[in-house]
Design a protein around this ligand. Structure first.
Ligand code: PGA
Length: 257
């Protein structure tokens, strides 16, 4: 059985006060919650503070980040490396988010290189994939997801997905309140798993596939009731301790059942 993972992607949101309050709130809300891995990806500047707040709460929360460079050190102005992320105890690193693919022109190949470099450094890639609204309407969803995953499989082998996390995030559902229905999301998750299973059943059965895109406490349970939805990547609702904890608790309850 796959262990659910609920991760908060804080994007470009935060201040020292907000980071402290949010993590103190989460430390309290997650007391005694079992059966789900809960991770947060603060903006890079706050990873140090987040590490300390998480430790103060007994390390119930996994620390993550929103990006990585392809080098561990050197003349790469403005970047941050897996070695630095590890230095702060961050392990779950989001790559290929649609906002980076769009605003920073990150290609499938570039994202696949980040995937490989994270693995090489012993970190957990959280590989975001998903189609645009136009691609969705054109019936290209499965093909787009397959292509984005193949960028990893074709360069590193299907075994590279072992221990990694895939986050299926339809772009039209991100930050819009227009979430995919649980049934539609399940259908795509099953197709992603089947695509991986064509190369390795074992890897497909083990890989965690999160849904992301307007996940809220109100709709979370319906997603987690689906057999191929193993957690969530949460944006907006992750900025509120009660909302985010409610989503995590919904995953723990649903996957225990
Ligand atoms: P959202 O963002 O929950 O605000 O839709 C999800 C994401 O971008 O990871």
């Amino acid at each position: 059985m796959r262990h659910p993972v609920v991760m908060g992607n804080w994007k470009l949101n935060g201040s020292k006060e907000m980071v402290s309050d949010l993590l103190k709130g989460l430390n309290a809300e997650l007391e005694g919650v079992e059966g789900v891995d809960v991770a947060v990806a603060p903006p890079a500047l706050y990873i140090d503070l987040a590490e300390r707040e998480i430790a103060a709460g007994g390390n119930k929360i996994i620390l993550g980040a929103q990006n990585t460079d392809l080098n561990n050190s050197g003349a790469f102005t403005g970047d941050m490396s897996p070695a630095m992320l590890k230095d702060f105890g961050a392990s779950h690193i989001i790559i290929g988010h649609s906002e980076r693919r769009e605003y920073h022109a990150e290609s499938d190949e570039f994202v696949a290189k980040k995937f490989a470099f994270l693995k090489e450094n012993g970190l957990t890639p959280v590989l975001c994939i998903g189609e645009s609204e136009a691609q969705n309407e054109a019936g290209e969803t499965e093909a787009v997801c397959a292509r984005q995953i193949d960028a990893v499989i074709n360069t590193q082998g299907v075994e590279a997905l072992e221990g990694a996390i895939i986050a299926y995030e339809p772009i039209w559902a991100i930050g819009t309140g227009k979430a995919a229905t649980a049934e539609d999301a399940q259908r795509i998750h099953a197709s992603i798993r089947a695509h991986i299973a064509a190369k390795s059943e074992e890897v497909a059965n083990k890989v965690v596939i999160q849904y992301g895109g307007s996940v809220k406490p109100e709709n979370a349970e319906a997603y987690f009731a689906q057999p191929d939805i193993d957690g969530a990547l949460v944006g907006g609702a992750a900025l509120d301790a009660k909302s985010f904890a409610a989503i995590a608790k919904a995953a723990a309850t649903a996957k225990k059942a």
